[in-house]
Structures are given as structure tokens and as C-alpha cells.
Design a protein around this ligand. Structure first.
Ligand code: ASP
Ligand code: MG
Length: 475
């Protein structure tokens, strides 16, 4: 039993859908039990969201234009893929109905001048309801039996619109009742990703990029042997190939390693979306729709120690905030108050470091939150600043975090040494540093200017040096 998920670019136009159809047909020959999850055609979700927001701000033209563009985009692909006149007409009626519904929704949003999270979920989930029947019809046209399923009927969530959490027990009940008989009869269910509904049937969404989550939920409920995420890259690479041309596909990664990489900006898979698979130890494989026989990465529960460092990831556009003062030493509560103030302005803290002298705390936040964070801290510590218990609160802008990830680093001496020699050789200054006690990640703050040469030097030291054991790679 396999669950396959196709991202927006895999259904982005007629050619891409034809590729996707080929992948599904081939998979079914190898394993007849297949369930498919699809995203919206690429760009569609953004178009829906932007139109609804513009409507709430008093603009009608964006949603009127989007209505026409949505019709065109889907029908153009359908005409190229569906030969049978009847099924093409049937799809056209569906598209007409949905784009009309979309325009009516945006019309009401425009009249009300207000967009609620609940309203936005109805609009933003329409893209998958346009793409799933298209993919099903394209499969039928190639003689592969398929039918589309609206996930609002099977994925039950809470009422947190925009970022709903699935409720697994009733979801699995419905998934099994609805999908298993189809699969047993040789029909491939093509399920809309991203969307769900509350117990009482109000549409919700699982958050942007949520189709991966949908696939993990379905895979878990169906007891899949593997969840396959079909995208437009060759799995997960050792580093960003735009920075390191020698970057290679990693054959295997543990759930934890993948989560660390995602956290530090690698375009992997959101840790939350893996959970249903992690709990049941179902492997997640990342593959390329446009290079189906090329290398892929499998994410499993096994923290295989094949090599020390698995991959390097980096995040840009960050600010390091320092809170400094000799009066902080031994005073309890400074850290708690610091991070409460930061949380109050909803800034995400990506890394924290405090030296044992306790004379400073530094942490990293997204640059666009930097001013708010500094204001909040100056307000919180007004008294300490006036008494000079805290001397200063200051930012270092334009920094990046580089994370080196690999469970094999645990208990292996010498990694940090090799890392810093590599950086020293290219004259990169490390501004701050953190290693969690899991030892599967070392993260460093460097100046934005140094990011590329730092990543290249680290990659060279750990992956392009034959004297050092490298992880299992596919070249
Ligand atoms: N279509 C949704 C989005 O763009 C969900 C997904 O692609 O996973 O966020
Ligand atoms: Mg997407």
C-alpha cells in the first residue's frame, strides 16, 4: 500500500500532469494499492488568497481577473489531457460551478469588507477541488481507473481555521470506510490535499503547504508501507545546490534529522506534517516527478550513523539581539522575562546562546521582527537599564544561521574542530554558536556576507574530502 502526494508544480500544467499520470500508472503496476493526494496547480492557492484579501480591502478587479484566469488555467490543461468529450464537458461544468462560487464568495467578502479566517479557508481550499478532478480525469483518459475525493468529507479537524489540526480517530474511520473499498476495487482515489472540515462539516485548511500533512494523515490511516512526496527536486540534498554545485542527494535521513533541517530553512518537509507517519514509523520518500528514476531520499525512524554530518542548511534575513550587563549575573528571571517579552510580540526565536559568565544573552529572530523585539525588551527592562544592571540591548543585523545536521555527530569528538578549521581557512568569523544536547545539530551565526563561503567550506570539509567517512550518497 502506497500513498503518493503530488505538489503544485507536479500538477502545474498539462505537461506536468501527464508526467504525474505516468508516475501513478507505473506505481500502480508495481503495487496495485495506491492512494493519491494532490495540491492545487502551482500559483492557484496564492491567487485565491490574494483575491480574497483584495476583496476585503475594497478591490473587486483582482477576484474578477482571478475567476477568468482560474477558468483558463484549468480548462487549458483539461483540453490537452482529456480527449473524451463527455468527461471534458463534465469537468468544464465543475470548473464553471467552482469559479462562480469563488466569485460569489469574494463578492460577499467585498460587500462585508471583512475576511474571517473561516471565510478564507473556504476560498483558499478551492484550488485542490479544481485540481483533483482534473488529475482523476487525466488518469481515466490514460485507462487508469481513478476517482476524486473531496477531503472535507474524510479529514476531520478542529476549528482552528487556517491551521487546523486533524482529529485522527474519526478521520481514520472515514478514510477507511471511503477509500478502502475503492482501492480494493482497483480504483485510485485522488484526494484533495490541504483541506479538511470540522465535525459539523465547516471547511478548514491544514496550513500552507498542508498537502504533505494530508498525505501523512491518509498514509497513517491506511497503514501505508511508504508515503511518497513527489516534488520538483531530487529529494533532499547535502546543501543548497545554488550555493554548492557539488551538493548531492542524501539517500537516507532520520525523522529527527529531517526536522532539524526543516527548522533551519531547508525546503524539506514540515516537522508537524510528518507526525502521523512518525508515530507509525512509516517511511517518507521524497522524489522528483520530472526525473522519476533519479535519486530520492527516504526519511525513516532509523538514525543510521552512516557518516557524521548529513547536511548543511542556512537561513538568511536574521538579526542577533544581545542583552548585556554585569548586573545580570546570578539574577534569576532575566532569561524568562527576555523571552516572555519576545513572545509577546510574536517573534520566533531561532537560536539562543548564553555564555556561562551570565553577562549576556543573545538570540536570533527574523530581521522583520527586530525593531519590535528591541522595543519590547527596552520596555521590559526599563528599570534594569536605568540602574545599569543591564548595560545595553543591541542588534547585529544582516546575519544568517548555518546549521550542520547529522545524528552521527553524537559522541564523535573532533567535529567542531574540523568545522571551525574549515571556517578559519576561509576567514569566516563565527558570531555565536549553539549545540543542542542531542548533538545532532551545531548552529552558527555568521555575517550574511560570509554565508556562501562558509557553507562551501563546510561542505568541502565534510563531503568532498575522501579521508573522512561520508554519508551514503547518490551522485
Ligand atoms: N495548495 C496549498 C498551498 O499552496 C497546499 C499545498 O500545496 O500543499 O499551500
Ligand atoms: Mg504547494
Amino acid at each position: 500500500m502506497l500513498t503518493l502526494k503530488f505538489g503544485g508544480t507536479s500538477v502545474g500544467n498539462a505537461d506536468a500532469i501527464a508526467q504525474t499520470v505516468a508516475v501513478i500508472a507505473k506505481t500502480k503496476k508495481q503495487d496495485p494499492s495506491v492512494a493519491v493526494v494532490t495540491s492545487a496547480m502551482s500559483g492557484v492557492t496564492d491567487m485565491l488568497v490574494n483575491s480574497a484579501r483584495a476583496a476585503a480591502n475594497g478591490q473587486q478587479q483582482p477576484f474578477l481577473d482571478a475567476r477568468d484566469a482560474l477558468y483558463e488555467k484549468h480548462m487549458q490543461a483539461a483540453q490537452a489531457l482529456i480527449e473524451d468529450k463527455k468527461s471534458l464537458e463534465q469537468y468544464e461544468r465543475h470548473v464553471e460551478e467552482l469559479v462562480r462560487f469563488f466569485a460569489r464568495l469574494c463578492g460577499s467578502i467585498h460587500v462585508l469588507g471583512e475576511l474571517t479566517p473561516r471565510g478564507l479557508d473556504v476560498v483558499s481550499g478551492l484550488g485542490e477541488r479544481l485540481s483533483a478532478p482534473l488529475l482523476a480525469a487525466a488518469l481515466q483518459a490514460q485507462g487508469v481507473d481513478a476517482t476524486w475525493i473531496d477531503a472535507t468529507e474524510i479529514i476531520v479537524t478542529d476549528e482552528q481555521f487556517g491551521e487546523a489540526t486533524p482529529i485522527i480517530a474519526p478521520t481514520c474511520e472515514r478514510v477507511q470506510a471511503r477509500l478502502k473499498p475503492l482501492i480494493a476495487a482497483g480504483v485510485i482515489p485522488i484526494v484533495t490535499g490541504f483541506v479538511g472540515a470540522t465535525e459539523s462539516g465547516v471547511p478548514t485548511t491544514l496550513g500552507r503547504g498542508g498537502s504533505d500533512f494530508s498525505a501523512a494523515i491518509l498514509g497513517a490511516c491506511l497503514g501505508a508501507d511508504e508515503i511518497q512526496i513527489w516534488t520538483d527536486v531530487n529529494g533532499i540534498l547535502t546543501a543548497d545546490p545554488r550555493i554548492v554545485p557539488e551538493a548531492r542527494t542524501l539517500r537516507q535521513l532520520s525523522y529527527n534529522e529531517a526536522a532539524e533541517l526543516a527548522y533551519f530553512g531547508a525546503k524539506v518537509i514540515h516537522p508537524k506534517t510528518m507526525l502521523p507517519a512518525v508515530e507509525r514509523k512509516i517511511p517518507i520518500r521524497i522524489l522528483n516527478t520530472f526525473h522519476p528514476d533519479g535519486p530520492s531520499t527516504v526519511i525513516t525512524s532509523e538514525p543510521q550513523k552512516n557518516g557524521l554530518v548529513k547536511a548543511i542548511s542556512a537561513i538568511r534575513n536574521l538579526t542577533l539581539i544581545n542583552v548585556e550587563g554585569r548586573g545580570m549575573m546570578g539574577v534569576p528571571g532575566i532569561a524568562a522575562r527576555t523571552f516572555r517579552a519576545v513572545a509577546d510580540v510574536k517573534a520566533n526565536v531561532l537560536m539562543i546562546s548564553q555564555a556561562s559568565s551570565e553577562q549576556s544573552i543573545c538570540f536570533v529572530v527574523p530581521q522583520n521582527r527586530s525593531d519590535l523585539v528591541q522595543q519590547a525588551l527596552k520596555h521590559e527592562f526599563e528599570r534594569e537599564l536605568s540602574l545599569h544592571d543591564i548595560d545595553r540591548i543591541y542588534p547585529v543585523d544582516d546575519v544568517a544561521i548555518i546549521a550542520v545536521v547529522g545524528a552521527g555527530m553524537r559522541g564523535t569528538p573532533g567535529i567542531a574542530g574540523r568545522l571551525f578549521s574549515a571556517l578559519g581557512e576561509v576567514h569566516v568569523n563565527v558570531i555565536a554558536l549553539a549545540q543542542g544536547s542531542s548533538e545532532s545539530n551545531i548552529s552558527m551565526v555568521v555575517d550574511r556576507q560570509d554565508l556562501e563561503s562558509a557553507v562551501r567550506a563546510i561542505h568541502q570539509a565534510f563531503f568532498q574530502n575522501t579521508r573522512i567517512p561520508t554519508p551514503q550518497l547518490v551522485s
